[in-house]
Design a protein around this ligand. Structure first.
Ligand code: ZN
Length: 148
């Protein structure tokens, strides 16, 4: 697990400092807001869904390095996925981040690094915020997401 922890730190630093997919998304079809009052993370997520496939994803807002890195990686990963697969990955990711399930690198790929966050319970809500928010966006729920 030491290797995974090092990789985790590295990816968080990289994506936290240089987030991918940040900014407004023109012509988005789905959107949701997420808020983690514990840390102060605010996230606005926008998706373009074509048929059953997520074709684009972007986010903006204010967040700590972990929530930003998580949103950056999440928006990268969901592009090209079906809505069904995104929903399944949300469940898996939250399970891994909370330490309830062991990461299966074959299923999670680079997201397996977030299993490192389960060792820092206070940061789990930061890591899972973008995933709860994408779930809300594709469920077309109008309720803002809060981790509390
Ligand atoms: Zn945070």
């Amino acid at each position: 697990m030491d290797e995974l922890r090092d990789l985790y730190q590295e990816m968080i630093l990289d994506h936290g400092k240089n987030p991918r997919n940040q900014g407004r998304l023109d012509g988005s079809t789905h959107a949701a807001d997420g808020h983690n009052p514990l840390c102060g993370d605010m996230l606005h997520l926008m998706l373009t869904v074509d048929g059953d496939t997520v074709t684009d994803a972007r986010f903006d807002g204010q967040g700590c390095a972990i929530s930003t890195a998580s949103a950056s990686m999440m928006t990268d990963v969901v592009k090209g996925m079906s809505l069904h697969d995104v929903k399944q990955l949300v469940r898996t990711f939250i399970g891994v981040a909370t330490g309830e399930i062991s990461p299966d690198p074959a299923e999670l790929g680079k997201l397996a690094v977030f299993s490192g966050v389960s060792e820092f319970p206070a940061r789990v809500k930061c890591a899972t915020l973008s995933w709860r928010t994408v779930e809300a966006a594709i469920s077309e729920s109008n309720d803002p997401i809060t981790t509390e």
